[in-house]
Design a protein around this ligand. Structure first.
Ligand SMILES: [Zn+2]
Length: 87
């Protein structure tokens, strides 16, 4: 019984360290952006609450609030930088 608790604690500790590590390297989705399909507004994926680590897959889609359209819109999740964000 105590060994189960011990292994659970190790697991929880592992996830806490993973979480802190991800925060240190720059958010949950470093190198990823979300782009509004309608107006093209770009922002960081980690600000949109998207968790994506590494550059494993191509483009995927998510439904998110667009601050420019002021509506819920489809956004593409892409690898990219936020240097060309229009403010
Ligand atoms: Zn938009």
């Amino acid at each position: 019984m105590t060994s189960i608790i011990k292994s659970l604690l190790i697991l929880v500790g592992f996830f806490i360290l993973l979480f802190l590590g991800l925060r240190l390297i720059g958010g949950f989705a470093p190198g990823w952006i979300v782009k509004c399909k309608k107006c093209g507004k770009v922002r960081k994926a980690d600000e949109a609450g998207i968790i994506r680590v590494g550059k494993l897959s191509g483009i995927s889609y998510t439904i998110d609030w667009c601050s420019k359209c002021r509506k819920i819109r489809w956004h593409s999740v892409e690898v990219g930088s936020v240097e060309y964000i229009d403010k």
